[in-house]
Every structure is written in structure tokens, then in C-alpha cells.
Design a protein around this ligand. Structure first.
Ligand code: BGC
Length: 798
């Protein structure tokens, strides 16, 4: 499905249609937004006083929704209002030190607004019954869960899903997740994670869409559309929660929860856009992050939570803190005690307190003592009630307990999980084997395959479903289905983190008897995600030793890397002919890999993170600034050969370039790209800004390229459009992605690929932090990745 910032193709149009049909908890109209973005702070508030006009389906208007919220609000006591702002994780004692688990009693007294981590529909109904029957005002509980890449049917991890470069796959996958989770009684997911991640050490890079704000925005909106469906009050829709607002992915040193320092320019240009896209797509909620941002913790940051989110973007949904993020304001050092932490988070704009219990314990007193106003309390409660009304929870608070089993693991969902996995694999290398032909795909005929390595069985896929649940087929089993049981042998070789000499020796003996070795190495699912930062990005344990021992057998080796991040394995890239990044591919990963290895599927995934050569290069991202001393060579001599090549921005012991650039992914066929052409040699900054002000959708420039499939197989190619601006008031990245399209292309076929770029593609966050176009020299590349192609040149005149 084509997708570009400017495209007149169905994706953006349907995006907008969907947004306007969404339940009215999200942001303002795009037109208004483009206008808002180029105004000053004073004008933002002016704009924000006009309520966004988003309409619910079936003729139910925002006004109606607001009226219901207001009428309920008027009958609530302060205690009941505070209750709506309190969230606990079932099974966990309430806030540190309090130790209460008497949720039933608290619900009966209207003291809980949301519970999460309850996954048994019977339990959900049990709690809901208390809220609906015992509590005075019968306000339903909102049940949440981290439904990240599927509920029971597991899709590839988000990093893998993003590697498809196909928002429609992400949208469909999250629709399936919504259908399964809602059938279980869960109506709120803490997903998508839309944090930009430029550092592979950070374990949560696995949970996002990588390093690029444009791609990240397209994916963010797709998740929201999928989860929330055509309207939120449909029983199979769940409220999305874009997290972690904001800057969490920029953790210093890649160490989870660490502080971040991000200039306002970079924040607006790189870290905020995916959140804005989620809001524009109608996201019902956002989660405030753990990290401090420029010394102010994100969960007590009025600039991001109030100025940007509420005033500039007009967000009317709910902001929930991350887990105990309110309590963590104390160790952060901005609050001396729990009461101060609650006050700071609340006044900064955190509506709901996840698990710390500090709102429960302190908010009434904070309001009664005048440290926060009644109006401020009402506003936070409004945000929560609005989501509950929008979800139709008051009308349908209970879940049909017999429905869940029928909704889970539907054959169509399993098939979609397989397609998503197939599209997520990135072929990193496919060199010639001894027959002078690329090693992959492997011919099925008369082959003895040894599958060697600690990964690739059921247990290696990210879980979420109980062990044994769901139709899982391991990689060896999927291969055996293809070539026959007797032709596939399996050797562990070593553990993920450990291993013995005997294990390695028996794997080597197994390899010697095989025609081809499939080596399955990498990380366990627990080695990425939250609290899984790594200082070393090589193969853990004895896996490197195993790899070298197997390669020494001289057998053809295909390396499949399972991981939640790129791994620094330069030795493998030098010595192994074929390497596939499979990420953590989910329920249908085994069959998807088998089909890819045998060539039923031609790989088309492309990297959404720059793949480092070594950890020392991190943070590493393609859209970096040029510096005043860019190295001009791509292959730097080590040590520097002369003075001229030394005093540039470089390492003396490593290349600057990544092992594989952002956007890269090989295929079983070959594509050649013609020259990029653009429709106009000159644009006018003034005209672009007029269009931005007016919210004009018309393309400002079109760019075109011809792509030819010069190989012998059909393929899907992700065609990417990048621009560069030179001469602007602030330094702009060497390249910025502004469009992408996937084309299907037959052998010998040549296709013209056209992109339409809207005015916003050329606007930047300027020195005054306004979003506007400026005079500049313009380069436009349409290329297979972020490092190749030759640009068309144009100019933006004043
Ligand atoms: C994570 C969030 C998650 C929350 C609830 C936190 O530790 O940072 O991403 O949604 O827990 O499980």
C-alpha cells in the first residue's frame, strides 16, 4: 500500500476519514493543526479555546458526549472524582508502602477508575459488577493491559512489524489484537509505543518503529486505527495509548529509565511527531514517561503535557502515568514526599496515577487545601470519563464470558501473523554458494538440513499466550513439513547464555553430515524490552564460538538472527554467506521462515534502525547532522592515513557508516533505480507557508523514479523518498525520509514510482521553533535505502 506524506493514495485519505469518525477523544482537525504549528505560543492558546469538532458515528456529537460527561461530573463527590484518577494492577498491592489489595471494597466506594493486568473475563465481570451495582454512581471500570503485538495471536514484535514498512499490516494486526483482547473484556491497551529509538543498546527499541519520525508517525497512526477501529464504542474496539510521552527512547547510554537531554528543536522535529500522529488519528490516551527530559521528569512536565499536548494539539483524551512514575518523582529529586509528587504530577497534567496510590492518598487534600483547584480536578476526571463514554462502557460494561475462546486464534489471524512475519524479515546478506549462485533460497530437493542453535523452537518466540496455547509450529517442524522428517536434524549447539564443549562438538558433527546448516542465534525475548538494556551487542554466551565452529566445517550456512534489536556480529557478516534478521517473529514465525528459506516468499523487509558495526557507534541514526567536518570517504583508513583524514568527525578505529543503513533490505531479485526527477526546479518558501497556513493538501512538488526488476523473481520493493535542505536557519539532517511506497514488480518489469510532496514535507522547526519552510537548496532522492541513489536538485527561493 503506497504511503507518503503527500500521497493521494487511499492510505492517508482513509486515515483522515477514520479519524473524523473516531470517538471524540483525540486531537483537532489536521487543517487546524497545520495552522497551529506555525503560530506563536500566544496564538496556540487562542486556538485551543475552540473545542475540536470531532463527530461520533450514528449522529452522536461531541456536544452530546460532553453533556453526558458534565452531567455525571456534577453528581460526583470529590472522593469519587479522585477515584476515577486511580489505577491499580490487579494482584499487586496498591502503592509502595500501602500494601492494599482490597480492590473490591475500593471499587464499591468509587475509589478506582481503572484496573489492569486482569485477563480472566470472569474476574473482569466480577469487578465490573461491583462497580455497576454496588458503587453509588455506577461508573464502569476501564480494564487495561499491555497488548503490544497481539493478544493471543502473536505478531512480530513492533520493530519487526515496522520492518514491513506497511502501515496496513500494522493496522490489520492491531485490529486482530483489539478483537481478541476486547472479547476477553480488555478495552484499553498500553500501546503503541511510539518512542523514537536511535540506540540499539536500549532494550525497548524492540517495542517501537525504529529511528525515523516519518515512518514512526505512519506506524503510530496505523496502530491507533487498528486498535480503535472505525469507532471506539464498537464492542471490538479498544482504546489506544501512545507511550511514553516523551523522549524515553533517548535514554543516555541506552540505559533504560535514564535521563534524556533533547533540545526543543530536536524534540519537535524527531521525538514528538509520532505522538502527534497518534493524537491526530484519534488516540484515546497517552502515557507519561519515566525519564527526565532536560531535567524535568516527563511525568511532571507541564511543557510537554500541557503546552504541547493540550494547548497546541488540542488533545482531549486521557493521560495516564507510567508504572509508579508519580512515585518516582521522589527519587528523581523533584518531590520531597508522596504528597508533593502527587501535586506535581497532577498539576503538570497527568490525569491518572498508575499504581503509586499517591493520588488516592493525597489528591483530596491537595484540592481541599487549594493547591489544585476544583476546576483542575474536574478537567482530569473529564478526560477519564470521556474515554469511558466514548468506549460505550456505560452501555456495555460486561463481557460475554463465552465469547473469548471463539475470538482467539482465528485462522485468518494466524494467516495474518504469518504474512506479517514474512514481510518483517530483512535479508541482510545473500552471497553466492559453491555453485556460483546465491545461497538463498535453498532448493528443497534432496537436502539434509541441520538446524543448529539455541533459538528457533516454540520457546524462542515472544510469549504472551500460555505455554502450548495457540497453533505454533517451530522452525525445525516447519522445515520438516517441507522436506520430510528424516531430512531435518536438530542440534542446540549451546544455550543462549551458556553451553558446553560437548554441545558444540555434537552440533559440529551434525553440521558435517548436513547439506546445509540453518544457524539460529541471537537473543531470548527477555533480552530486549523493558529493563533489558545491553552494553554489549554481540552474540551472548558461547554463540559466537558455536558460529565459528560451524562455519569452519565448510558447509553452507544460513544465519537467522532472532533478536529485539540489531546485533553487532561483524564476523558473521564477513564469513557467513546468508543472513536474515528475523526479529522475534511471533506465533507463525516458524512457517514464515520456512517459506522464506525455500523461496515461496521473496524477502522484502527493510531496516527501520541503522545496523551498527560496533557498540561504540551508538547512538547511530541515518538522519543525523552533517557536522562542520564530515568525513568524505565511506571507507575510512584505520588509523587515519594522513592529517587531512584525521581531523574530521570520525573514529580512529571504526567506520562511521553502519553495517547496514536505515532502509536497507536485500531480496532474491535485484532492482535498479533510474535517476530521480522532480516536477519543478524551484519552489517558493512564501507560497509553501501560505499553503501550510491554509492547510492546503495540494502537492507542492512531485518526484519520480523508474525502478526495474533486473532479476528473475517477482518481488515487493519498498521505495523510499528522502530530502535534504541546505542553507536553513538551523542545521538539518543529511537526509530525511518523506515518503515510501511498496511496489510489486515482476522480473524484467520497469515501474514508474511517483511521490507527491505536500508543503509540510519542506517545513522545518526553525530557530524560533516555528514550523515553516525556509529558502534552501533542496535534494530529493528516491532510493532503495538511506545511503544510496543520486539526488535530483531543486531550490526553495524566499
Ligand atoms: C512500562 C509501560 C507499561 C506499564 C504497564 C511499565 O513498566 O514502562 O510501557 O505499559 O509498565 O505494564
Amino acid at each position: 500500500m503506497p504511503f507518503s506524506i503527500s500521497s493521494t493514495t487511499p492510505a492517508p485519505r482513509s486515515h483522515r476519514r477514520t479519524r473524523s469518525r473516531h470517538a471524540s477523544v483525540g486531537g483537532r482537525m489536521l487543517r487546524g493543526c497545520a495552522f497551529v504549528m506555525i503560530l506563536s505560543g500566544a496564538a496556540f492558546s487562542q486556538m485551543a479555546s475552540t473545542p475540536p469538532s470531532l463527530v461520533r458515528p450514528a449522529g452522536i456529537t461531541d456536544t452530546y458526549l460532553d453533556a453526558r460527561v458534565e452531567s455525571l461530573l456534577q453528581s460526583m463527590t470529590v472522593e469519587e472524582k479522585v477515584g476515577q484518577l486511580v489505577q491499580y494492577s490487579a494482584g499487586q498491592p496498591t502503592g509502595p508502602g500501602t500494601g492494599r489489595t482490597d480492590y473490591e471494597d475500593m471499587i464499591a466506594h468509587g475509589q478506582i477508575g481503572s484496573l489492569f493486568n486482569v485477563i480472566d473475563p470472569h474476574e473482569i465481570n466480577k469487578y465490573q459488577k461491583i462497580a455497576m451495582e454496588k458503587a453509588r454512581l455506577h461508573v464502569p471500570i476501564l480494564f487495561g493491559l499491555d497488548v503490544i503485538h497481539g493478544f493471543k495471536t502473536e505478531f512480530p514484535i513492533p520493530l519487526g512489524l515496522a520492518s514491513t514498512w506497511d502501515p496496513s499490516i500494522v493496522e490489520k494486526a492491531s485490529r486482530v489484537a483489539a478483537m481478541e483482547a476486547s472479547a476477553d473484556g480488555i478495552r484499553w491497551t498500553f500501546s503503541p509505543m511510539v518512542d523514537i529509538a536511535r540506540d540499539a543498546r536500549w532494550g525497548r527499541i524492540a517495542e517501537g518503529a525504529g529511528e525515523d519520525p516519518f515512518l514512526g508517525s505512519a506506524m503510530a497512526a496505523a496502530y491507533v486505527r487498528g486498535y480503535q477501529g472505525s469507532h471506539l464504542d464498537s464492542p471490538d474496539s479498544i482504546a489506544a495509548c501512545a507511550k511514553h510521552f516523551v523522549g524515553y527512547g533517548a535514554a543516555e547510554g541506552g540505559r533504560d529509565y535514564n535521563s534524556t537531554e533533547i533540545s526543543e528543536h530536536t524534540l519537535r522535529q524527531s521525538y514528538l511527531p509520532p505522538f502527534h500522529a497518534a493524537v491526530e488519528a484519534g488516540a484515546a490516551s497517552l502515557m507519561s514517561a519515566f525519564n527526565s527530559l532536560n531535567a524535568v521528569p516527563s511525568s511532571a512536565n507541564p511543557f510537554t503535557l500541557k503546552q504541547v499536548l493540550r494547548k497546541e494539539w488540542g488533545f482531549r483524551g486521557l493521560v495516564v502515568s507510567d508504572w509508579n512514575a508519580v512515585g518516582e518523582l521522589i527519587p528523581h529529586g523533584v518531590a520531597a514526599d508522596g504528597a508533593a509528587a502527587a501535586r506535581k504530577a497532577f498539576l503538570a497534567g497527568v490525569d491518572m496515577d498508575m499504581v503509586s496510590s499517591l493520588y488516592h492518598d493525597n489528591l483530596q487534600q491537595i484540592v481541599s487545601s487549594g493547591q489544585a483547584t476544583q476546576a483542575e480536578l474536574d478537567e482530569a476526571v473529564r478526560h477519564v470519563l470521556r474515554v469511558k463514554f466514548a468506549l460505550g462502557l456505560f452501555e456495555h460494561p460486561f463481557v460475554d464470558e463465552s465469547a473469548a475462546p471463539k475470538a482467539l486464534y482465528h485462522p485468518d489471524s494466524i494467516a495474518l501473523a504469518q504474512t506479517a512475519a514474512e514481510r518483517s524479515f530483512v535479508l541482510l546478506k545473500n552471497a553466492n554458494g559453491s555453485n556460483g549462485k546465491p545461497l538463498l533460497p535453498i532448493p528443497t530437493a534432496a537436502l539434509n538440513i541441520a538446524v543448529i542453535g539455541p533459538l528457533g523452537d516454540d520457546s524462542s518466540y515472544p510469549t504472551g499466550a500460555p505455554a502450548g496455547a495457540g497453533p505454533r509450529v517451530s522452525l525445525p517442524a516447519a522445515l520438516a513439513q517441507r522436506v520430510g522428517e528424516g531430512h531435518v536434524s536438530r542440534f542446540k549447539g549451546c544455550g543462549i547464555l551458556d553451553g558446553t564443549d560437548d554441545e558444540i562438538a555434537s552440533a559440529v558433527a551434525g553440521a558435517q553430515k548436513a547439506d546445509v546448516v540453518i544457524l539460529t542465534l541471537g537473543e531470548s525475548p527477555e533480552m530486549s524490552g523493558e529493563a533489558a538494556s545491553r552494553a554489549h551487542l554481540g552474540l551472548p554466551g558461547r554463540q559466537q564460538e558455536l558460529l565459528e565452529a560451524i562455519v569452519r566445517t565448510g558447509k553452507p550456512v544460513v544465519l537467522i538472527l532472532f533478536s529485539g534489536r540489531p546485533l553487532t556480529v561483524p564476523w558473521a557478516f564477513d564469513h557467513v554467506p546468508a543472513v536474515i534478521a528475523a526479529w522475534l517473529p511471533g506465533t507463525s514465525g516458524g512457517p514464515a521462515l520456512a517459506r522464506t528459506l525455500f523461496g515461496d516468499v521473496n524477502p522484502s523487509g527493510k531496516l527501520v534502525v541503522s545496523w551498527p558495526r560496533s557498540v561504540g557507534q551508538e547512538p547511530l541514526y541515518y538522519n543525523s547532522l552533517n557536522t562542520g567536518r564530515p568525513p568524505y570517504e565511506t571507507d575510512l583508513a584505520h588509523p587515519p592515513a594522513d592529517i587531512a583524514s584525521r581531523y574530521v568527525s570520525r573514529y580512529i578505529d571504526e567506520q562511521n557508516t553502519p553495517q547496514f543503513p536505515f532502509g536497507y533490505g536485500a531480496s532474491y531479485t535485484n532492482y535498479t533505480y533510474g535517476n530521480t526527477t522532480v516536477s519543478l526546479p524551484r519552489l517558493s518558501a512564501a507560497a509553501l507557508n501560505r499553503s501550510l497556513n491554509a492547510g492546503t493538501d495540494a502537492a507542492a512538488l512531485t518526484a519520480e523514479v523508474e525502478v526495474t526488476n533486473t532479476g528473475s523473481r517477482s518481488g515487493l520493493e519498498v521505495v523510499q523518498l528522502y530530502i535534504q535542505l541546505q542553507g536553513t536557519s538551523v542545521a538539518e539532517p543529511v537526509r530525511m525520509l518523506k515518503g515510501f511506497q511498496t511496489i510489486a514488480i515482476a522480473p524484467g518489469e520497469a515501474k514508474k514510482v511517483k511521490f507527491e510532496l505536500k508543503p509540510e514535507a519542506f517545513a522545518i522547526w526553525n530557530q524560533r521553533n516555528e514550523f515553516a519552510a525556509e529558502p534552501a537548496k533542496l535534494k530529493v532522492w528516491i532510493s532503495p535505502d538511506s545511503a544510496h541513489g543520486s539526488p535530483a536538485q531543486a531550490e526553495i527561493l524566499p
